[in-house]
Design a protein around this ligand. Sequence first.
Ligand code: ZN
Length: 169
Amino acid sequence: MSYHLVFYGNETLRKIAGEVTCITGETIELIRSMFTVMRKERGIGLAGPQVDVSQRLLVVDLESYNGPSLALINPVIMKCSEETSSYEEGCLSVPGIMSDIIRPASVHVKAITPEEKEIEIEAEGLLARVLQHEIDHLNGKLFIDYMEDYRRRELTGELKKIKKLNRTR
Ligand code: ZN
């Protein structure tokens, strides 16, 4: 099975992804492919729905930012800080669009690793940002949903073009 990136307009991106109930060889293969897709596109995070797989898993690669490389299964945000921060986000599934988005500055995340271990992560800074962005994907949410309506309206033309990228496959 080969996996490829899907873009804004693809239905899987808007679905609530299902829990991973069993970690199989296929799951491990999928995670490996997700790392490949993310690195090829020079992303720092990628969620299952972005490769058209409606499962709750995500990968993160912050090695070039002196951060961790992670694969998380069924991640859950247990706690968010009240303190927020603003950061310019982009998304491999919404290429070419960037926007400052306000989110909690730190989060406490619980998840399962591919080795079937439960882990808890106290994330701040860029890691907290990426985890929140990717977990949003698992809930059918995109960063552009946080934009002011007028800003999103300005992007209508660009978003239409991005939708078409789904058809060139
Ligand atoms: Zn994204």
